[in-house]
Design a protein around this ligand. Structure first.
Ligand SMILES: Cc1cc2nc3c(=O)[nH]c(=O)nc-3n(C[C@H](O)[C@H](O)[C@H](O)COP(=O)(O)OP(=O)(O)OC[C@H]3O[C@@H](n4cnc5c(N)ncnc54)[C@H](O)[C@@H]3O)c2cc1C
Length: 309
């Protein structure tokens, strides 16, 4: 794995004599799924992700948010009111006597900072951000965290009314300027369970230059983003419109959408400490690959550490 990790995916594809005709599609895939084209992605991460093409598709109703909702429901079974939402953590540090200290504020009252101490603090925020809020630890470690690259991304959920068309799970629009691919939200449902009078197409629009993308996401208005996506959707995927009417486009901005799994990412993440006293880092970044299974592995590792005490 580490030998592959040191190579770019593009070098690996060339080494394996993969037909160069496929490189355009593979670049689009990597930009959409991993945040950068094949030349900027670890071959290990790329091969890991590409293996999904031959694997079954697992999707939750409404997407990965279903996992967070299930976890929240489970926590609530142990007693209501245990989760504080709408809160921002601005500082975390190992504290005296085996405790951890957390500084946070309610987003509605940002002028009223609060502090709490706990036996453990599990930091599930991305590393580039954790590196900015961790206090009292080796600055070399936080510098490596904040040095990780993050992509930027726009997601457009296109809501159709009327008879939805039969579409593949994921369709690629090679040559389109405003988006890379589109997932039919209901494609994996058995035909009998698919809605008959509406459908959703989730359109993925990663930015090639993450910094420029962030600036655009902060400054441009929604209509300016939606219009070229809809225009190119009509051109590249006219079948999506078949007997249906596009009723609404819901946009979501991802300023720092996830870690870019650059060559050497596994080596980099292995070398980073994940425990500082009783403060544990558990974001999926810890596995070097932006996927829900990475989040689950990191969470399980943290549970083991806490259980050992
Ligand atoms: C558009 C998009 C599509 C994706 N599609 C897939 C997919 O199909 N399959 C897949 O496996 N993965 C997908 N991913 C990758 C996805 O990031 C991971 O699968 C998963 O969300 C990682 O979970 P996580 O818990 O590690 O981190 P995250 O989901 O990144 O959660 C981190 C949380 O920390 C919170 N946070 C950060 N800083 C603070 C702070 N200071 N105070 C309080 N809270 C804070 C954030 O608000 C966030 O809720 C996608 C990502 C994006 C952006």
């Amino acid at each position: 794995a580490l030998a592959l990790d040191g190579l770019s995916l593009l070098d690996f594809l060339r080494r394996e004599h993969i037909d160069a005709e496929l490189f355009g599609l593979l670049d689009a895939y990597c930009l959409s799924a991993l945040g950068a084209p094949t030349a900027e992605i670890s071959a290990y991460a790329g091969v890991n992700f590409l293996s999904e093409i031959n694997a079954p598709i697992y999707a939750f109703p409404g997407g990965n948010g279903a996992i967070a909702r299930a976890m929240a429901a489970r926590l609530s079974r142990a007693g209501e009111g245990r989760i504080v939402t709408g809160a921002a953590v601005y500082a975390i540090e190992p504290a005296e006597g085996g405790y951890a200290r957390v500084g946070w504020f309610d987003a509605q009252h940002p002028g009223e900072p609060r502090c709490l101490e706990a036996r453990w603090a599990v930091v599930a925020a991305p590393y580039f951000f954790a590196g900015r809020i961790l206090r009292g630890i080796d600055p070399a470690a936080t510098a490596r965290m904040t040095g990780l690259r993050q992509g930027s991304y726009l997601v457009a959920n296109c809501c159709f009314e009327g008879t939805p068309q039969e579409l593949p799970y994921d369709s690629w629009a090679l040559g389109a300027q405003s988006f890379s691919d589109a997932i039919s939200a209901t494609a994996i449902l058995p035909a009998a369970e698919r809605p008959k009078d509406h459908g959703v197409l989730t359109v993925y629009a990663p930015f090639h230059d993450p910094g420029a993308g962030r600036t655009r996401l902060l400054t441009e208005d929604r209509a300016a983003f939606a219009a070229p996506i809809v225009e190119e959707l009509r051109r590249f995927m006219p079948e999506a419109f078949g007997g249906a009417r596009l009723a609404e486009v819901r946009l979501t901005r991802w300023g720092h959408h996830h870690l870019i799994a650059a060559p050497g990412i596994v080596t980099t993440m292995r070398a980073l400490p994940k425990r500082f006293g009783n403060v544990l880092l558990t974001h999926s970044d810890g596995q070097g690959m932006p996927a829900v299974e990475s989040a689950i592995v990191e969470a399980r590792n943290a549970v083991e550490i806490i259980k050992r005490g």
